[in-house]
Design a protein around this ligand. Structure first.
Ligand code: ADP
Ligand code: MG
Length: 652
C-alpha cells in the first residue's frame, strides 16, 4: 500500500442491484463485492465483455449512481455521506466524463458545450470563453468553436467532450468506451490524447471491452459478470506517483448571472427550434394578458363616464317633487314653508325650487321659444357653473321679484348677435320685460348638458309673479346635501320631515341622482369584474399551456438534463434553468399581450367605446403572466431537477 495518505478512490465490497423492491421489477444484481483502490495519477483500464457491469461501475465511481451496499471512499471521505449538492460539486470540480456517445448538447456550439461545467462552477464569462477556446485549440479544433455537434465528425465530437471534461481541471477522467463509436484512426487519436493527459498528471479511468485499447493503460482491471477477475497493478506502482498540480479553475461564488444568461440562451434556442409550438403557447398567454388589459380599460372607461356625469351636478344632489300618494288621494303641495323647513335640516346645504317651461321670448324682431329656467340664486353653485359676463341675481333681488335675466351662452348669441356684451339690454319673456344682468359660460359638450346653453335664467319669485302666474308650487326642487357620504341620511331626514308636515301622507317623491348614478356605476363595476374574471381564467388557461409545453420540453430534453448533471449542475441549477424558460416564455407572451391589448383598445376607441388604459392594469396583467409562468413552470422544473442522472443520460 502507498504511504499514509488515503487512496484517491477506494471501493469496499460494492454491490449494485437493479430493480427489486420498492419497484415491481425483478431484482438483478450487477456488481458483486467489488473492492479496488486507485491512486492519484494512475491510468487504469477496466476491461470486460459487454454486460459485465463496467458502465455500472463507472457511474458509481463518478458519483452519478449510488451502490446498493458497500462503501465508496473518495480521498478517505465516505461518498454516501455527501448531500446531492456536494456530489454535484465533486462531479463538477473533480471528475470529467467522456462517453461512448459523446453526450454533447445538440443545440449548443462546441465552445458552449465545453464551457458548461465552468458555468456551474461560476467562472466568469471572459475566462470561460478563453479557456474553452484554448482547450479546443489544443485538441486541434481551433476552427470548430462555433460548430454544432452535428457539424462535427465522431472523433471531433469526442475531442469536444474531452475538452469539456478538462474544463474544470478534470483531475479524474472517467472514459466509458471513448473509442467505441469511432473509426480506428480517430480511436487511436483519442487514446493518444488520454495517454498524454495521464502523463501530465490526470488520473484516468478508462472503460473498454477491447483488450488492445486497454493495453495503453498502466494498470488493467478485468471484470466479468460483476466480479473483479484480475488486477494487473504493477509492483512498481508502489512508489508513489505524485499527481501533477493542475491549474485550478478560477472560482467565483456567484454563478447566478452566468447561469441565468446560459438558461436564457438555451431557452431562446429551444423556443426557436420548436417555434410552432412556442407560437401556440404564446397565443394563450397573449390572449390572457390582452383580454385582462382590454376588459379593465373598458370597465374603467365606463366608470369614468359615470363619474363625469356625476361631476357636473355633484354627488350630493337630491330631487324632490310632489306626487299622488299610493292610495290615490289628491296630489300634495310643496309650500314655501316646507322648503324653508328642509333648508334648516342639518344635513342639507341648499334648496333650489325650479320652474321651467318653453316660453316665447322676444327682442326686437327675434322671437323664439326658449326654456325659461326659474330658480333661486344658488343655481350657479349647484350646477358648478360660472358666469362669463356680469353677475347672477341675488337672494334679495329674487325675493323683491326683480325682473332680471341671465342668458345661456347660445341664447346670448341668438338674441344679441350684434352685441358682444348685452348687459343692461331688455328681453320680453312672455309679456314682461326683463333686464339682462349676466351671461353664463359656455357649458359646451361636456356631459350632454349643452342644452343649458340655450336657456335663460330668471329669479324664481319674479318668474312666478310675472311669467308662471298659474303655478303655485315648483315643478321640482333641487336639494344639495352637505356631504356625499351623508346624502342618504339627508334624504331620510327630509322624507321624515315632509311626511310629518303633510299629516302622515307621503304625497311627494324623492329621487337621488347620485344614488342612481352610483347604482349604475356599481352594476358596471360588477360587469367589468365579471369580464376581468373571464380574462383571468384565460390567463390561467395560458398558464396551463405553458406547463404543458414545459413538460414536453423536459421530456424531450431528458438527456440534456443528464449531461448537465454529469458536468456538475446542482438540482437547483436545473430547476432554475427550466423556470427561466417558463418565465421567459410568459414574459414574451406578456409583452406581446400588452401590445395586443393596446392595439385592441385603440381599435375600440376608434369604434366609439370609452376606453381608459391604466399602467397599473398593464403592469398587473404582465406581472400575472410572469407569476403564471413561475407557478405553472414550477412543476415541470421540479420534475427535471428530480431526474436521476444515470437514467436521464440513458434517456432518448
Ligand atoms: P457494460 O457497460 O459492461 O456493458 P452495464 O453496466 O451497462 O454493462 O450493465 C451490466 C448489466 O446490468 C447488464 O446485464 C444490464 O442489462 C444490467 N443493467 C444495467 N442498467 C440496468 C438498469 N437500470 N436496470 C436493470 N438492469 C440494468
Ligand atoms: Mg457499458
Amino acid at each position: 500500500m502507498v504511504g499514509a495518505a488515503p487512496p484517491l478512490i477506494e471501493l469496499r465490497d460494492i454491490n449494485r442491484i437493479y430493480g427489486g423492491p420498492p419497484s415491481t421489477k425483478p431484482a438483478v444484481q450487477v456488481l458483486f463485492d467489488v473492492s479496488l483502490s486507485i491512486e492519484p495519477g494512475e491510468f487504469v483500464a477496466i476491461v470486460g465483455a459487454s454486460g459485465s457491469g463496467k458502465s455500472t461501475l463507472m457511474n458509481l465511481l463518478g458519483c452519478l449512481d449510488k451502490p446498493s451496499s458497500g462503501t465508496y471512499l473518495f480521498q478517505g471521505r465516505d461518498v454516501a455521506q455527501l448531500s446531492p449538492d456536494e456530489l454535484a460539486q465533486l462531479r463538477r470540480e473533480t471528475f470529467g466524463f467522456v462517453f461512448q456517445g459523446y453526450h454533447l448538447i445538440p443545440t449548443e456550439s462546441a465552445s458552449e458545450n465545453v464551457q458548461m461545467p465552468a458555468i456551474y462552477a461560476g467562472m466568469d464569462e471572459g475566462a470561460r470563453v478563453a479557456r474553452a477556446a484554448e482547450l479546443l485549440s489544443s485538441l486541434g479544433l481551433a476552427d470548430k468553436l462555433d460548430n454544432r455537434p452535428n457539424q462535427l465528425s465522431g472523433g471531433q465530437q469526442q475531442r469536444v467532450s474531452i475538452a469539456r471534461a478538462l474544463m474544470n481541471g478534470g483531475r479524474v477522467i472517467l472514459a466509458d468506451e471513448p473509442t467505441g463509436a469511432l473509426d480506428s484512426r480517430s480511436g487511436a487519436e483519442v487514446m493518444a490524447l488520454l495517454r498524454k493527459l495521464s502523463n501530465s498528471g490526470h488520473t484516468i479511468i478508462l472503460i473498454t471491452h477491447d483488450h488492445e485499447v486497454a493495453a495503453v493503460a498502466d494498470r488493467i482491471i478485468e471484470i466479468r459478470d460483476g466480479c473483479i477477475l484480475s488486477d494487473s497493478r504493477p509492483e512498481t506502482a508502489t512508489e508513489p506517483r505524485l499527481e501533477q498540480p493542475l491549474p485550478p479553475p478560477e472560482h467565483r461564488r456567484s454563478p447566478w448571472v452566468s447561469e441565468i444568461k446560459d438558461a436564457t440562451r438555451s431557452a431562446l434556442r429551444s423556443m426557436f427550434i420548436n417555434r410552432h409550438r412556442t407560437a401556440l403557447t404564446l397565443l394563450g398567454v397573449i390572449i390572457g394578458v390582452a383580454s385582462v388589459i382590454v376588459m379593465l380599460a373598458v370597465g374603467e372607461g365606463a366608470r369614468q363616464r359615470v363619474m363625469d356625469q356625476m361631476g357636473t351636478m355633484g354627488t350630493t344632489i337630491i330631487y324632490l317633487s310632489s306626487s299622488s300618494p299610493p292610495n290615490g288621494v289628491a296630489k300634495g303641495q310643496l309650500t314655501e314653508e316646507d322648503l324653508e323647513a328642509i333648508g334648516e335640516l342639518p344635513l342639507i346645504r341648499r334648496v333650489m325650487p325650479v320652474i321651467g317651461d318653453p316660453i316665447t321670448v322676444r327682442r326686437g324682431s327675434v322671437d323664439r321659444q326658449v326654456y325659461v329656467f326659474a330658480a333661486n340664486e344658488t343655481m350657479p353653485d349647484i350646477h358648478r357653473w360660472q358666469l362669463a359676463q356680469g353677475r347672477y341675481y341675488t337672494d334679495a333681488e329674487d325675493r323683491d321679484l326683480a325682473p332680471l335675466v341671465v342668458l345661456g351662452h347660445r341664447a346670448a348669441k341668438q338674441f344679441f348677435p350684434d352685441m358682444d356684451v348685452p348687459l343692461g339690454q331688455q328681453l320680453l319673456i312672455g309679456n314682461s320685460p326683463f333686464e339682462v344682468v349676466g351671461v353664463m359660460q359656455e357649458r359646451g359638450a361636456d356631459s350632454g348638458a349643452q342644452a343649458y346653453d340655450d336657456m335663460v335664467f330668471v329669479p324664481y319669485h319674479a318668474a312666478r309673479a310675472r311669467v308662471y302666474q298659474a303655478q303655485t308650487q315648483p315643478d321640482y326642487v333641487v336639494i344639495d346635501a352637505q356631504d356625499s357620504s351623508t346624502v342618504l341620511e339627508a334624504e331620510q331626514d327630509m322624507r321624515q320631515l315632509l311626511t310629518q308636515r303633510h299629516g302622515g301622507r307621503e304625497d311627494f317623491s324623492i329621487g337621488n341622482a347620485a344614488a342612481r348614478l352610483q347604482a349604475e356605476a356599481s352594476t358596471r363595476q360588477a360587469m367589468s369584474m365579471m369580464l376581468g374574471l373571464i380574462a383571468a381564467v384565460s390567463l390561467v388557461v395560458g398558464g396551463i399551456g405553458v406547463m404543458n409545453v414545459m413538460l414536453m420540453t423536459v421530456r424531450e430534453r431528458t438527456r440534456e438534463i443528464g449531461i448537465r448533471m454529469a458536468t456538475g449542475a446542482r438540482q437547483s441549477d436545473i430547476m432554475r434553468q427550466f423556470l427561466t424558460e417558463a418565465v421567459l416564455l410568459t414574459i414574451t407572451g406578456g409583452c406581446l399581450g400588452v401590445l395586443a391589448g393596446a392595439v385592441v383598445g385603440i381599435g375600440l376607441i376608434f369604434g366609439g367605446v370609452d376606453v381608459v388604459f391604466s399602467l397599473r392594469a398593464a403592469l398587473g396583467a404582465f406581472g400575472c403572466a410572469v407569476v403564471t409562468g413561475m407557478v405553472f413552470g414550477y412543476m415541470p422544473a421540479r420534475t427535471a431537477a428530480a431526474l436521476d442522472p444515470v437514467q436521464a443520460l440513458a434517456g432518448e
